[in-house]
Ligand binder design. Sequence first.
Ligand SMILES: [Zn+2]
Length: 432
Amino acid sequence: MEMILLNCTVYDYENFIDKAYLVIESGKISQVGRMEDLRDSLKDKHDVIDMKNRFVMPGFVNCHTHVYSTFARGIPLKVAPEDFRDILEKVWWKLDSALDLEAVYYSGLVAGIECIKNGVTTLFDHHAGTAISGSLETLRKSLCDILGLRAVLCFETSDRFDVSACLDENLSFMSKQNAKSLGLFGLHASFTLSENTLSRVSEVLEDRPIHIHVAEAPMDEKASVEKYGMRILERLKKHNLLNENSILAHCVHIDELEADIISESGAFVAVNPTSNMNNGVGLPNTKLLRRHSVSFVVGTDGLGFNLTRDLLNLFFTQRLLLGQGSFDLEDLRRAILYSYSLASTLFEKNIGRIMPGYVADLITFDYATPTPLNKENIFAHIFFGVWDRVELKDVMVGGEFLMRDGNLRVDQDEIFSRSRKVCQKVWRRMGL
Ligand SMILES: [Zn+2]
């Protein structure tokens, strides 16, 4: 739809324009200006929407998540997990073994709806399950075709699964990039990948980026050192897997040498502080990452799909961990900007600014400010005043409304009702 949004308050983490208008044509922003400069002739050619001073900002990019975690909500576990390995064995590996393609499809719809309601317009998913072949196409169908999100998908190659099938699924999906979806090469984590498997991946990878868990818990590093005599990043480097724009999720327990290896590679670290706290595995050290010029971005790791909760928690936990002066809003703003530059590079589109030539991936909300707001303090208003209780009105991807005035374009009640039935089958297959 060609449209013009009037009376917007525009902020894109760089520029702030009060009383602005936006023109959206062919899915992209074609003009941004001040209301006083708006030509009347523009209004004749477009659908005109009065935003009534709503804030308009770029949608979020969730840089590491697991859509398949959808059916873990309220799961009736018989025994509580005791440590990280126990969480994997008693929850995640049982759950992913029970997912058929129908369950994958509904997890995509439910997780995608959660993304939209939380303003996430692009997500990086890390998928696993014993139904391997066709799983990424199934996710594309629910997340991108039905819901309209942008998604970067991959399958977690692991010795737990049929490795040949994992390789085929990743390669097949990576060959079919389009405007809304693309593939990275997925790997679970060093401790479930043998030397033989890493060699096989290395043979087919070429210069494509990988998406892998790294040093989420101490046991991942311990296993690498005990079995292979080297740290995880040394091992990945030895197999030539660290291509530019790869995503290394967590990196909670890496050391200085490993931070250097990441920095040289041009890979990104995706931190997930809320999940780290929930699993009791420690927290990432962003001071170490910054000291070695490692770019970090933020994800939710499948613990819900509200990225702002992880942005808030990153700020607070880093201050707790490192001291108040060691992490500020500028560090957080930079992490958000990195997420846009990563998505822009991979999709070969301009994502994350409100400027001509950028895709119209936007969120809107009302905000009544109780204190003066200006170019200098706007990010503090967003962080302390908006993200604390996000109530989005509109969510748009490529100029299409996925949610308008708080109403989704799909029937959530119908989808959730079917999802509950699919979930019962999944839990039954898990023996619960
Ligand atoms: Zn993860």
